[in-house]
Design a protein around this ligand. Structure first.
Ligand code: F6P
Length: 541
């Protein structure tokens, strides 16, 4: 039975429309191309012109968006309707960044006072830590924040903390520990003093194995050095599960709540951002939230053809479902944004890496691509070779900034042209991908054919003047909307993540499996026997 978008005229026409063959010819044929395919949203400028699309393709893609009623879906998401149908709840991250005076309804209930009440508590706590009104158990200032969390309780705050480096609060540093590998916490604590360390245990469920295991070791580290009573001064928690937080030994006054209608990978503007707020200050945090809101409202109110998020989503659908591209590379030409690809991996792949639709039917087309990437200039000396000349076509999102984030280092300063080189390097890569180099252009000589670049490799260039807190928020919200729009078109639920559960259950099973237990499959059993030959203590030692 045909149940989804594939049954529509719009989808059929999208699959059938003549595919442009040459990006170079598209530019030659239409002098208005750049103007037509450059969109602005907030402070971001987005050049879509180096994608393999023309007016006819865009028209069929817009019809697909219309067919899926993307416009209403964006409204329902932002207005707190129950859009996460498999878990029966809203995906209310848009409500977390509304201004205080705006109502924020979740499933008919106004939650604005809850959201702003927690934000006010966070600001006051941060001010106390910064001013020294809140001290460690021995009366020392708290100068290192260690965030213990994983997935959405780590990637957003850690990415944003790195991204906002010029805004780091003087005299305070943040560390992020996520991995259950003892090496992560050990390295994180190696040069710290318990008396000046504050742990933020961040977990939506407060049931995540990795986070709880690391938090227990951190608690022992504090108790061994400062005694049991010090826990109250050196631990705070961020969670939706107050009972589990209490059970861990952290009191209600030390807990910053959020709500089950905030998805983990969308939780950066919630109290999950506490470590970030401590690290960059509440003004920068609020500017980031405000930037997100700017994008929410622009995405809600801009017609699809001029809507950068919708158009980026549609081009992603084109690349995935028509051109057959399996992955997408995200290359920020910004060292401070180096964790952005990892953040986007969770955002996109945990949201849209699905193969069952909301009505329970299997998807008959490809869904979310594999997202990967590294900071731009480094990738130029590593994997970008394959994007230029490899046998797979990998669309790229380039992200770059006209000015360095540090106010004192101006573009064009006579003694330092590095930022200029960085930015121009990005433009050169996008150009080389699109237009390549033909045999005619390669100077004659041996192996000339090896120096031919085919071109025709699609890319999108996202630029802004500078990576400010607001611009960071805008980038995050932009990609959240891209992912959501694609999920709507594919008919999947972008807000659950059942795929991660089986591995967790099996890990628990294996934890109680004896070497002689043949319950596991033969391969796992053989590896277990090998492992038990070495591992004797609880820590594998
Ligand atoms: O296992 C995946 C996941 O549930 C993510 O969706 C989530 O961001 C992460 O684990 C951490 O979960 P929690 O915040 O509940 O510890």
């Amino acid at each position: 039975m045909v149940t989804g978008i594939e049954a529509s005229k719009a989808w059929t026409e999208m699959l059938a429309v003549e595919r442009p063959l040459s990006i170079g010819e598209l530019f030659a044929d239409d002098p208005t191309r750049v103007e037509k395919l450059t969109l602005s949203i907030g402070d971001l400028v987005i050049d879509l012109s180096k994608n393999l699309i023309d007016d006819r393709v865009v028209a069929t893609l817009l019809a697909v968006a219309d067919e899926a009623d993307v416009e209403s879906a964006i409204g329902r998401l932002l207005d707190g309707y129950v859009v996460n149908l498999t878990e029966g709840r809203a995906a209310g991250h848009g409500l977390l960044r509304r201004p205080e005076e705006a109502r924020a309804m979740v499933d008919g209930v106004d939650v604005a006072h809850l959201v702003h009440g927690v934000l006010a508590r966070m600001r006051s706590f941060v001010a106390d830590v910064h001013s020294g009104r809140r001290l460690g158990a021995t009366g020392e200032r708290l100068t290192t924040i260690v965030n213990i969390g994983i997935g959405g309780s780590d990637l957003g705050p850690s990415m944003a903390y790195e991204a906002l480096r010029p805004h780091h609060v003087t005299g305070l540093r943040c560390r992020f520990v996520s991995n259950i590998d003892p090496a992560d916490l050990r390295a994180g604590l190696s040069d710290l003093e318990p008396a000046s360390t504050l742990f933020v245990v961040a977990s939506k469920t407060f049931a995540t194995t990795e986070t709880l295991a690391n938090a227990k070791v951190a608690r022992d580290w504090i108790v061994d050095a400062l005694g049991e009573k010090a826990i109250a001064s050196h631990f705070v928690a961020v969670s939706t599960n107050s009972q589990a937080v209490r059970n861990f030994g952290i009191g209600d006054d030390e807990m910053f709540p959020f709500w089950d209608w905030v998805g983990g990978r969308y939780s950066l503007p919630s109290s999950i951002g506490l470590s970030l707020m401590l690290g960059v200050g509440s003004d920068a945090f609020d500017q980031m939230r405000a930037g997100m809101h700017v994008i929410d409202e622009a995405v809600r109110s801009t017609p699809a053809r001029a809507n950068a998020a919708v158009m980026m989503a549609l081009i992603g659908i084109w690349n995935r479902n028509v051109l057959g591209c399996v992955s997408k590379a995200v290359l920020p030409y910004s060292h401070d944004l180096r964790r952005f690809p990892a953040f986007l991996q969770q955002l996109d792949m945990e949201s849209n890496g699905k193969s069952t639709r909301l009505d329970g039917s299997p998807v008959p087309y490809e869904t979310g691509p594999i997202i990967w990437g590294e900071p731009g200039t480094n990738s130029q000396h590593a994997f970008i070779q394959s994007i230029h000349q490899g046998t797979s076509v990998v669309p790229v999102d380039f992200i770059g900034f006209a000015e360095p984030a540090d106010a004192l280092v101006r573009v064009g300063a006579p003694d330092d042209t590095r930022h200029r080189t960085l930015f121009l390097g990005m433009l050169a890569q996008a150009r080389a991908l699109a237009f390549g180099r033909s045999l005619d252009e390669v100077s004659a000589g041996p192996f000339a054919e090896h120096r031919v670049l085919p071109g025709n490799r699609p890319s999108t260039v996202v630029v802004a003047r500078r990576l400010s807190p607001s611009v960071l928020g805008q980038l995050v919200a932009l990609y959240e909307h891209v992912v959501h729009v694609q999920g709507v078109i594919w008919g999947i639920n972008s807000f659950d993540q059942f795929g991660v559960e089986l591995g967790k259950e099996m890990a628990l099973d294996l934890a109680v499996t004896a070497p002689s237990d043949r319950g596991a499959d033969p391969s796992t059993h053989s590896l277990l026997r090998w492992y038990h030959g070495f591992a004797r203590g609880p820590d594998g030692g």
